[in-house]
Design a protein around this ligand. Structure first.
Ligand code: NAP
Length: 349
């Protein structure tokens, strides 16, 4: 039941990522200092400018290979909390173990091990997990509401049975499930030796504007690319009737702050969900916003289709005080402004 109030120092792994830049920004805004780890100093040089106004409250260190034993040994020294976000998130998988599962699992157990052995000042660790570690494929076509008690062991079984033929989505699901399970197992195994407790944040697709430079469309992260592809017509026809859930990137980042400054958050998983959506809803929102040159899809085509995948969000509301239910339209508006500012194809001035 410890908490880490500001000012305190937080280690944020993978700070150059889409979600992590927002996470670091929210910590800095809340009065924390941030030590960010990145794989490549050159690629992450933009962070020095992004966070210049926070002076020496932001520092950057390079951890080249998060799967190497002891990779985070130096980085954890002197920090009060850790937010572990670094993990591969993409669907171009040819080698499940090497590309997704090993970095997810070893990155997680590695940072926990470093905290155990060298993080004498660490009081809390937050891991960016996902609802892909929670939900499972619905086979009875009936609506389900998943909660923090659920685990996606099904994805792990699928990958065990079918390897890369399990499909990228299940491979990613397996990577997050195995990584989060490994984290909770680590805590259980080392309970008497550790001075910190664990929190996981489990969001669905995270959408909203980016703080990364993402110079080209191919540099947009995997989730925000879904918004871009919908608005530019790459996702169409039956793809517009696909349903999923989303969380606003600023809400997810705020959840990481509350996860360390709320005593009762310790030893808990939190689903952070802004709501369910059909991809058609993104086009409907653009239409309502009066955005030109965006396909309209089939505006009424999803009416009456039940939402099968639902999530309980009361725990994040009750313990973290999070109110993540913000309108999809606001996120679409912000995303379009972001794409326009970057001059991405389809959004040129
Ligand atoms: P992202 O923009 O691709 O950032 C991923 C970060 O992890 C980057 O810093 C990246 O470093 C690092 N990373 C990836 N593979 C790595 C590896 N093999 N070794 C070391 N570092 C590695 O992804 P994101 O969307 O921000 O996702 C961040 C976290 O949120 C991940 O844990 C993801 O599973 C979780 N999450 C994301 C979503 C979403 O919809 N975006 C939803 C739920 C949970 P490089 O830049 O050097 O590759």
């Amino acid at each position: 039941m410890v908490a880490v109030p500001a000012p305190a120092k937080v280690l944020v792994s993978g700070t150059n990522g889409y979600v992590a830049v927002w996470v670091a920004q929210k910590y800095l805004e809340a009065g924390y200092s941030v030590r960010g780890t990145v794989r490549s100093a050159t690629k992450s040089a933009f962070l020095k400018d992004t966070f210049a106004k926070y002076g020496d409250r932001f520092e950057l260190v390079v951890v080249e290979d998060i799967t190497k034993d002891g990779a985070f040994d130096e980085a954890v020294k002197g920090v009060d909390a850790i937010a572990h976000t670094a993990s591969p998130f993409h669907f171009n998988v040819t080698e499940p173990e090497a590309e997704l599962i090993t970095p997810a699992v070893k990155g997680t157990t590695g940072i926990l091990n470093s905290a155990l052995r060298h993080g004498s000042t660490v009081k809390r660790i937050v891991i960016t997990s996902s609802v892909v570690a929670v939900w499972t494929v619905i086979t009875d076509s009936k609506p389900h509401t998943f909660s923090e008690n659920d685990w996606n062991d099904d994805a792990v079984e699928r990958v065990k049975a079918h390897g890369k033929d399990a499909g990228a989505f299940h491979i990613y699901g397996a990577s997050k499930t195995l990584a989060e399970r490994a984290a909770w197992d680590f805590v259980a195994a080392h309970k008497s030796e550790i001075s910190w407790d664990l929190v996981t944040i489990n969001p669905p697709y995270i959408f909203g504007p980016s703080l990364t430079p993402a110079p080209g469309v191919d540099d947009i992260n995997t989730s925000q690319r879904l918004v871009y592809d919908t608005l530019t017509g790459a996702r169409k026809d039956s793809g517009l009737k696909d349903q999923a859930s989303w969380a606003h990137v600023k809400v997810v980042a705020e959840a990481h702050v509350r996860a360390i400054n709320t005593p009762a958050a310790g030893d808990e998983r939190f689903i952070v969900n802004s709501g369910a959506f059909f991809y058609q809803d993104i086009l409907d929102a653009a239409a309502q916003l009066g955005v030109q040159n965006v396909p309209r899809g089939e505006p009424d085509s999803t009416k009456g289709i039940p939402i099968l995948y639902n999530y309980k969000t009361t725990k994040a509301a009750d313990i973290l005080g999070l109110k993540p239910e913000i309108p999809l339209k606001d996120m679409v508006d912000e995303s379009i402004k972001d794409f326009k500012a970057r001059g991405y194809p389809g959004f040129e001035a």
